[in-house]
Design a protein around this ligand. Structure first.
Ligand SMILES: [Zn+2]
Length: 138
């Protein structure tokens, strides 16, 4: 079966003109550590093997779905991380549905929504602010 492009692939191809792609460090300079656990269930996921771990170096804007017939599949984890970051929150967990649709390889024809879903949990550790007590105490 010809592979379908997933959400991260479509994002990479379509947004590069408008958005300057940034590394995680540039986008979230105050994050020291991040751990993201995603448990996908649905088509293309072998029972008991849906769990993936992500960190600073392999997390992207999207988590792709594994349904082989799904085009543009995945969910936007970047938005969720940004929401946490700007509120300085350290944890979140929730559920997200795949944004993709089952269809032909290039997405010209679609048959219906992909029903894969993802349970995610995110933990963030922030860098501690630099302490400069020389100026304040003396
Ligand atoms: Zn999907």
């Amino acid at each position: 079966m010809e592979p379908r492009k997933k959400a991260q692939d479509v994002f990479n191809e379509t947004n590069f003109i408008f958005n300057q792609k940034t590394t995680f460090e540039k986008a979230f300079p105050e994050i020291d550590k991040i751990s993201v656990e995603v448990n996908e269930s649905g088509k293309g996921v072998y029972r008991g093997y849906g769990l993936s771990d992500y960190g600073k170096h392999n997390i992207g804007e999207f988590i792709n779905c594994n349904n082989p017939k799904c085009y543009n599949g995945g969910f936007n984890i970047g938005d969720i991380i940004r929401g946490l970051y700007f509120n300085k929150k350290t944890e979140a967990a929730g559920n997200a549905y795949c944004q993709g649709k089952e269809g032909t390889p290039k997405g010209r024809r679609t048959y219906g929504d992909c029903e894969n879903d993802f349970n995610y949990s995110i933990k963030i550790e922030y860098k501690s602010p630099e302490i400069n007590d020389d100026l304040d105490i003396k």
